[in-house]
Write a new protein. Structure first.
Length: 77
């Protein structure tokens, strides 16, 4: 097989094709996994996100209750 003046055998071409397909599958699989994880993260309700911040220790009890009341007031209207 002749590619732009470079001659390669059929075995070399097959190896090159398999290598390209393999890396395309690896990169595509990683992209699909990250996309699924991002979609799951976005599907949380605001109350669930606030609760997760509270359980992780990022906000204290008073701030959690204050923000939860504010969320419920906004979501209820």
């Amino acid at each position: 097989m002749d590619l732009y003046g470079i001659t390669i055998s059929q075995e070399e071409f097959l190896f090159l094709l398999i290598a390209v397909l393999f890396w395309a599958a690896v990169i595509g699989g990683a992209g699909a996994a990250l996309h699924a994880k991002a979609r799951a993260w976005r599907s949380r309700t605001p109350e669930e996100a606030l609760f997760q911040r509270f359980t992780a220790g990022k906000i204290d009890d008073d701030e959690y209750r204050h923000r939860l009341e504010a969320l419920r007031a906004v979501m209820g209207s």
